[in-house]
Design a protein around this ligand. Structure first.
Ligand SMILES: [Zn+2]
Length: 127
């Protein structure tokens, strides 16, 4: 992770296998991204062929296209260092790094159907 300016936290590598280069090439072929790039909505910028959303505090987060979202959900929720965090913590962690419109709802749905989380919950509620 490279943070040259504290206000613009830019990730060089989003996850172990989704790099900004992959994002760049995927953005070029994704219809939704192309549509957004053609008519850039307020708050978005394109930099090095990657679409970002810029927050009021000037934080830049890459737009994640549909095809890569599941991979990111897995990355931010499943590994041991994430420890199957709940919706709030997973959302907090992801919202600082990446962006897509219905992210919060998708995190909620993903965790609700996570087998490990359901198993933990069942064992916790047992007497
Ligand atoms: Zn889980």
């Amino acid at each position: 992770m490279i943070a040259t300016n504290p206000k613009t936290m830019l990730l060089n590598t989003l996850t172990t296998d989704i790099t900004l280069d992959i994002l760049k090439s995927e953005h070029k072929i994704d219809a939704e991204t192309q549509r957004l790039c053609f008519d850039i909505p307020p708050g978005f910028i394109i930099e090095n062929d990657i679409l970002y959303i810029v927050s009021k505090s000037n934080m830049k987060r890459p737009f994640i296209l549909t095809a890569l979202r599941h991979k990111l959900l897995t990355y931010f929720h499943d590994p041991p260092h994430c420890g199957h965090m709940g919706v709030r913590k997973t959302t907090f962690s992801m919202q600082r790094r990446v962006y897509w419109k219905d992210m919060q709802q998708e995190i909620f749905d993903y965790i609700k159907t996570c087998v490990t989380c359901q198993t933990i919950q069942i064992s916790r509620t047992k007497p």
